[in-house]
Design a protein around this ligand. Sequence first.
Ligand code: HEC
Length: 217
Amino acid sequence: MKKTTVSLKIFCVISLACMASSGASLAQQVDAALQKTLSASFRAEGQAGMDRLLQDEANRLCSQADASGKTVSDEDAERIRQSSFKAIAWPTDGQFFGDFKLGEKLAQDGRGKTWSDKPGSENGGNCYNCHQISKSEIAYGTLGPSLYNYGKLRGVSDVNIATAKPIIDYTWGKLWNPRAYNACSSMPRFGHNSILTQAQLKHLMSLLLDPQSPVNQ
Ligand code: HEC
């Protein structure tokens, strides 16, 4: 580990020295050196291609802000939210719900997208790695807020499920692309990045909002 850190530092010093005359700002030079080191450190295998290292605009702006110890500017944040929101695909059949039991399986399943997974096979949602889902869970991550009682706390019940439209829309949009509401969210963009299918998202919607789901007990 130590050796890698040292050689990375040496690499950066050398590349910075080489680029010093190019006129690029220090931040750009460090970024270019980092991208080069990253590309040299990975190889494509199975479905995990080198395109995984390419940042889209939102990733780039959020990473840059993070690296400089600041938050993104208000204008950038607004631009990221708006373009993310515009690209949300709403359920093509107008139905937002599936089966909460399948949703729970997905929430506890962290598999998928690795080089050893069969391309085209369904991925898990990995929600438990960042969120508490239900009371009976023994281990879960806490990077995201607890989702226990998510629907209940927002007043979604069997009686008003049809009128709970704003919270239904928000939850779908959030699962599709969290950046539509929180520009630099660290939650995966499940729909936007084709990690989960619409059918899978519907199962998760039921997990979060169905009054009978373990989330709302
Ligand atoms: C890598 C960590 C991570 C994973 C994996 C993750 N989330 Fe999140 N999630 C977050 C963070 C951080 C937040 C809070 C920041 C935000 O709102 O963007 C959040 C927020 C949310 C919210 C909004 C909560 C609110 O009160 O408004 C919902 C709903 C949610 N996540 C559902 C899920 C579901 C369902 C899954 C699995 C399919 C999942 N998340 C997977 C990190 C994660």
